[in-house]
Write a protein that binds this ligand. Structure first.
Ligand code: COA
Length: 258
């Protein structure tokens, strides 16, 4: 099983569980997460959602083999690709979403944090947005939300260069709520989730809606725009070179592309 889900005392925990592939996310894993988030919306048993990885790694982002073999589209037999269903579900979640990040959080592992309410990271966390390095462009409305959250220049550095940055830097930028020693992360997340689960659900819902509701149309529009460009770039030669280089364990050579 590559995604685990469990509900305990009002808290739905969605966990990445594919450690041999560094928790890289396949279409099937996106589907499981999208379904879990959708079910949580309608379930009285769920008051809070936690997304966690493993102590060694949060996630290496989208599975690159999947990207090559099955580029996601907005219309796969009538339904959007699982990744788009997941992004829609997390960006429309009305219940609090808490992230627990330890180790690397690559690509969507970082952009999904922009849709969480509380982001707790261990001091081992390394975030990165290597879309340009892969010949791609940002997704999950990160080209809108990141500059808005951290300022254009800081967002540009992270999105244009794609280099990994520390949990401390992410905290200083406002992308991470709090940084904790690795050994304390899981307990802290559990405590914070339990606090949320004990609060009035309607107040949490309304407060979240008041903070985020006005942004929803702009987020949807940006996600759709990014999705179109992303798909085009996924099929282009630059991405092919980047993905092939990753699996051949060599540096990509972009010098032949304009
Ligand atoms: N998609 C598919 N497979 C992946 C993967 C991904 N995103 N990330 C890692 N893997 C696989 C590797 O191919 C390797 O498989 P193998 O053992 O069959 O050779 C295994 O997971 C271990 O990865 P490895 O690179 O050896 O681990 P590492 O500890 O040296 O580095 C990362 C970890 C996360 C820094 C590195 O794997 C990485 O950069 N992954 C790609 C991240 C990425 O570009 N994601 C897409 C963002 S849009």
């Amino acid at each position: 099983m590559s995604i685990t889900t469990r509900i305990e005392q009002g808290v739905l925990t969605i966990g990445f569980d594919r450690i041999d592939k560094k928790n890289a996310i396949t279409a099937a894993m996106y589907q499981t997460m999208a379904d879990a988030l959708r079910d949580a919306e309608g379930s009285n048993a769920v008051r809070v959602i936690v997304i966690e990885g493993k102590p060694e790694i949060f996630t290496a982002g989208n599975d690159l083999e999947d990207f090559m073999k099955r580029p996601p589209t907005h219309d796969e037999g009538g339904a959007p690709a699982p990744v788009f269903q997941f992004l829609h579900a997390i960006s429309h979640a009305t219940k609090p979403v808490v992230a627990s990040v330890s180790g690397a959080a690559v690509g969507i592992g970082t952009t999904l944090l922009l849709h969480c309410d509380l982001v707790y990271a261990s001091d081992t966390a390394r975030l990165s947005l290597p879309f340009v390095q892969l010949g791609l462009c940002p997704e999950a409305a990160s080209s809108l939300l990141l500059p808005r959250l951290v300022g254009y220049q800081r967002a540009a550095e992270k999105l244009l260069l794609g280099e990994a940055f520390s949990a401390q830097e992410a905290h200083a930028m406002g992308l991470v709520t709090k940084v904790l020693p690795a050994a304390e992360l899981a307990d802290h997340v559990r405590q914070q989730a339990a606090k949320l689960a004990a609060l009035p659900a309607s107040s949490l819902r309304e407060t979240k809606r008041l903070m985020k509701g006005d942004d929803t149309p702009a987020v949807e529009k940006k996600m759709a725009e990014e999705g179109e460009v992303f798909r085009r770039m996924l099929l282009a030669a630059e991405a092919k070179e980047a993905f092939t280089a990753f699996f051949e364990k060599r540096k990509p050579d972009f010098s032949k592309f304009d």
